[in-house]
Every structure is written in structure tokens, then in C-alpha cells.
Design a protein around this ligand. Structure first.
Ligand code: NAD
Ligand code: ZN
Length: 362
């Protein structure tokens, strides 16, 4: 078992990574002194595999647990679906001693976290992430949100969970493409913070892709540690936390321009990290082997390096409107070496245009 602590004063919590921790969910909740009502929010894919089992084990442990299933997919992160979950919470009579359990990927985690943060001005929240992306990224750090039709994650909060339970066994049912998308975020941690970890990923590609539990356990633990250390220093993204957005500036433009769903998040981040590495090199911030290393690791993990479904002029407009634009400037997270970043707010538009043209398949 691995245990990563996230130290945020009175909002501190543990991330427990274990092969079958879902089987002990009721005991873990007892240890954390939870009692009473539990609303488990899941999507139809994950809920149909793990939901009933968890709900019945909590019921037999004396909890009043109910399962609420939402449709899988990004569209579910909406105020409309949130309203349905609020209605369920009210009719179930959830109070401030009750807990909301998010069982699923990042969509369910962000939605259920948003409910937990706002229902009755905040009730306890437990993350049970089941996609690799959720385990290494979205369940850690306390960002919760729903989308607006004018943009992603525009309505949300910083709201930390009481505990994050990562059952490695859930990864056995994760679709292949979803594994790769999570691996893009894992690679991101190596690129921004730990060249030794990136080396590990390059040396253990086959074990990781074959879902070897000890390789997965290590990479989830290391990813969570890196994210936790960053979040501890900058919970509300005023400075350092920005480095977690490496690759995301271009990624957001790809996701928005290609239409949400064409490229999933990790695929867009992979292309975006390639683009950010090229910008870093063209600005003279790093050596040529940095973008080469980025290309190599992404290719090893069968992630895309280029896009074909986007219009560069439209992407330029989106980039300039990116929500990380502060005072009219885009804050680019760039690499000075593998494992080292810098923030740059004066990347010329012409260079961005040139790099996007290189990223576009002809
Ligand atoms: N809050 C944050 O800090 C943060 C960080 C990164 C991403 N996100 C958000 O996370 C979301 C993407 O998360 P995601 O990639 O997990 O997407 P997702 O929640 O849509 O899950 C992907 C798919 O995998 C399925 N799935 C998940 N776990 C499974 C399992 N164990 N077995 C079988 N199927 C399983 C889901 O049903 C879904 O169809 C986006 O909305 C993004 O904005 C949030
Ligand atoms: Zn991301």
C-alpha cells in the first residue's frame, strides 16, 4: 500500500493507493469517523461495474448509501446535471455530516466535487477515482467544476476531498484509450518536475502499457507526490501551480476547436506538450534534445504529436482568450530542461503560429 499525504493545514488529506482498497471502503470510512448518509455519484460505465457492490457493502456496514448514475462523458459536467444531483441530495436528506462519494473518472469527480462544495455550502467529499487521469490528476488538488456552454470549468471552486482512495484493480477495466490519456498527464509530471521519473517511464514502457500493478502503483504514487507538493505550495493557482498547465494552453485550444470529444484531454495535452517544447526550443530556452525527448516519450506511449482537425487561425483566437491570460498576455509554461520549467508571457504570436503550423498534419 502507498499513502501520499497532501498537507494543506486543516484541509490536509491522504491519498491511499492499493490493489483492492474498495473492498475495505466501509472500514476506511469508519476510521475517518464518517457516519450516516452517503451519496455515491458515478457514471453508467463505472457505476455498472463497481457501483452496486460498493453501495451494498456500505448498506451492510450500516450506512444509508444511495447510488446516483449520470451519463458518461464531458456533457455531464453541466449545471443541468448538477441540478439533478442537487435534487437527489435534497430528497435523500443529505446533511453536513453526510458525504458525497465520487466514483469514476474526472468528469464524475469534478461534478460530484462541485456538488459537495456548494450543497449546504459544503459537505464532506470523498474521491474514488477510477480512470488513470483522475487518479494522477483530477482527484488531487481540490479543483472542482462544471462547464458552461461558453467554456470548460468556468463554474467551480477549490474544495479538497477528505480522502482519495485509489484502487489499482479498477484500472483492469479501463478502456485502452483512457489509459493512454492518463499517461499523458503522468509524462507531464516527469517533464515538468522529475527527469529521473521520466527515465523510469521510458525504461518501463511495456510494463506500464501491460498494466503491471507494481509499475502502475509506482507511477500513480510518484505523480500524486509531484502534484501534491505543487498544490501544497500554491493551493489556489496564484503562481507555482501554473506549471501543472504545461501543454494545456495549446491543449485547450485543440479541444475547443476540434469540438470537445474529438481529441480527449490527454491526447490534446500530448500535442500541447510537444508544441510547448518546440516553443521553448525556438525561444532558446532549452537544447534541441528537449523537444526530441518529449517526442520520444510521447511516441513510446502511443500518444499523438500532431493534430489534423483544427483551424490554426481559430486556435490563435482561442489562445488569446485562454483563461490563463492575465493582463492580456498568455502565460506559457515552457521547459528549460527536462524536469525544469519557466513561465513566459512574451511568446510572440508569430512563433505560436509557426509551431501550430508544424503541429498540423498536412
Ligand atoms: N479537477 C482537476 O484538477 C482536473 C484535472 C484534469 C482533468 N480534469 C477533468 O477531468 C475530466 C476528464 O477525466 P477522465 O479522462 O477521467 O474522463 P471521464 O470521467 O469521462 O472518464 C473517461 C471514460 O472512462 C470510463 N471509465 C473511467 N474509469 C473506468 C474504469 N475503471 N473502468 C471502465 N471505464 C472507466 C468513464 O465511464 C468514461 O467513459 C475532464 O472533464 C477534465 O476537465 C479535472
Ligand atoms: Zn490536464
Amino acid at each position: 500500500m502507498a499513502d501520499v499525504s497532501v498537507n494543506l493545514g486543516s484541509s490536509s488529506y491522504h491519498i491511499i493507493i492499493e490493489q483492492h482498497c474498495l473492498d475495505q471502503l466501509d472500514q476506511i470510512l469508519h476510521q475517518l469517523k464518517f457516519s450516516g448518509k452517503m451519496l455515491i455519484v458515478s457514471d453508467e460505465h463505472v457505476g455498472s461495474i463497481y457501483g452496486e457492490k460498493i453501495a451494498s457493502s456500505l448498506l451492510s456496514a450500516g450506512y444509508h448509501a444511495e447510488l446516483f448514475l449520470v451519463q458518461p462523458g464531458e456533457k455531464t459536467k453541466s449545471l443541468k446535471v448538477a441540478d439533478q444531483v442537487f435534487t437527489k441530495a435534497i430528497t435523500m436528506g443529505l446533511d453536513r455530516k453526510s458525504a458525497i462519494i465520487a466514483l469514476g473518472g474526472g468528469v464524475v469527480g469534478d461534478l460530484a466535487g462541485f456538488i459537495a462544495a456548494t450543497y449546504l455550502r459544503g459537505i464532506p467529499f470523498i474521491q474514488v477515482p477510477t480512470s488513470l487521469l483522475a487518479q494522477v490528476d483530477s482527484s488531487v488538488g481540490g479543483k472542482v467544476a462544471v462547464n458552461h456552454e461558453l467554456g470548460k470549468n468556468l463554474i467551480g471552486a477549490f474544495y479538497q476531498p477528505k480522502v482519495v482512495l485509489i484502487d489499482l484493480n479498477t484500472l483492469t477495466t479501463l478502456p485502452e484509450r483512457e489509459l493512454y490519456t492518463g499517461l499523458a498527464e503522468v509524462i507531464k509530471y516527469g517533464l515538468i518536475a522529475d527527469s529521473g521519473f521520466l527515465q523510469y517511464l521510458n525504461q518501463h514502457t511495456e510494463e506500464v502499457l501491460n498494466r503491471n500493478p507494481s509499475a502502475l502503483s509506482y507511477l500513480i504514487q510518484r505523480s500524486c507526490e509531484i502534484k501534491a507538493r505543487v498544490v501544497e505550495q500554491d493551493e489556489r493557482e496564484s503562481s507555482l501551480r501554473m506549471i501543472l498547465n504545461f501543454g494545456h494552453t495549446i491543449a485547450h485550444a485543440i479541444e475547443a476547436n476540434a469540438g470537445y470529444g474529438k481529441y480527449n484531454h490527454g491526447e490534446a495535452v500530448a500535442i500541447g506538450m510537444h508544441g510547448a517544447a518546440l516553443i521553448s526550443y525556438y525561444l532558446g530556452l532549452c537544447r534541441q534534445d528537449v523537444p526530441e525527448t518529449v517526442r520520444k516519450v510521447l511516441a513510446n506511449y502511443r500518444l499523438p504529436l500532431t493534430f489534423s482537425h483544427c483551424c490554426i487561425d481559430e486556435m490563435m483566437d482561442l489562445l488569446i482568450r485562454d483563461k490563463k491570460t492575465i493582463g492580456g498576455k498568455v502565460h506559457w509554461v515552457l521547459l528549460t530542461a527536462i524536469g525544469e520549467t519557466t513561465i513566459c508571457n512574451h511568446v510572440p504570436d508569430e512563433l505560436v503560429y509557426k509551431v501550430l503550423s508544424e503541429l498540423k498534419e498536412s
